[in-house]
Design a protein around this ligand. Structure first.
Ligand code: ADP
Ligand code: MG
Length: 251
């Protein structure tokens, strides 16, 4: 027999109201149809950032190449803060239900790493299930063009038209004072979506990715400035999370 105030299936009977932990879940999609622009680097660094701050974090790898999963395997061999890993290859046709089932198994923060070429019904499914979308962009004319097309594709999906997601772009692998970076700056300023930060081109990202860690876990004063850039991303994410939680029925 259930007592008054007892939790049943995450819902509470009686006078006391306890929040269902699943309602606190925050789903961050990292996407761009272009390969090599830093999606996995962004996803793994975000996961590491939340994990070292003792958050319940899950990294869902939708890429058949499984780079994020490989990073998690490396991480498991260290004593770094744990991150739950989930995989679902988007190689074949994947239904919205399958992705949803994965999301149900995840922790408080879910970061979804996606493959290159994300489009059509699959893009629509993942968009409908996330709260925010982060889009890394490289300073190159090809990447700027591909990102323009990707952002257009996002905005034309049925799920985005029904309920626009919070989108933001990040410049990645920037080399200050180069012509292509100047072009990228102009492009990012011309967009009507927030440009959160610029991540510089540095081997520290490559080093961390080979060790199953993130930049925040590298014990080096040389990444202090880079971590300040990351702080802006984290602040934006926390603001979005707070806004979403303050809107009943938003999800
Ligand atoms: N800011 C950066 N500085 C240096 N190397 C980077 C940076 N961001 C990504 N890389 C490297 O670029 C390559 C592609 O990045 P990755 O995150 O795998 O892209 P994607 O997942 O979009 O294909 C990887 O070798 C990664 O280590
Ligand atoms: Mg990748």
């Amino acid at each position: 027999m259930q007592q008054e105030g007892e939790v049943r299936d995450g819902v509470v009977s009686g006078a006391r109201v306890v929040e269902n932990p699943l309602d606190r879940r925050f789903v961050i999609l990292v996407a761009n149809a272009k390969g090599g622009c830093g999606k996995t680097t962004l996803a793994t660094n975000l996961a590491s950032h939340f994990a070292v701050r003792n958050r319940q974090v899950t990294l869902l790898d939708l890429d058949p190449q499984q780079s994020a999963t490989h990073w998690l395997r490396l991480r498991e061999k260290t004593d770094a803060a744990p991150i739950q890993g989930l995989q679902l290859s988007l190689e074949g046709s994947v239904s919205k239900g399958q992705i949803q089932a994965m999301i149900q198994r995840s922790g408080e923060y879910l970061i979804i790493d996606t493959p290159a070429g994300l489009s059509g019904a699959t893009l629509d499914h993942v968009l409908s299930l996330c709260h925010v979308v982060l889009v890394p962009v490289l300073p190159s004319p090809i990447d700027i063009r591909a990102t323009t097309r990707f952002l257009q594709a996002v905005m034309l999906t049925p799920s985005y038209r029904r309920r626009p997601r919070r989108l933001a772009v990040l410049a990645n692998r920037a080399k200050a004072r180069t012509r292509v970076y100047h072009q990228l700056q102009q492009f990012l300023r011309s967009l009507k979506i927030p440009w959160l930060t610029t991540l510089r081109d540095t081997q520290y990202y490559v080093q961390a990715s080979g060790e199953g860690t993130g930049l925040t876990e590298l014990d080096s004063p040389r990444v202090r400035k880079d971590l300040q850039e990351w702080q802006r991303v984290m602040e934006w994410l926390e603001i979005q999370r707070a806004l979403i939680r303050s809107m009943p029925g938003f999800r």
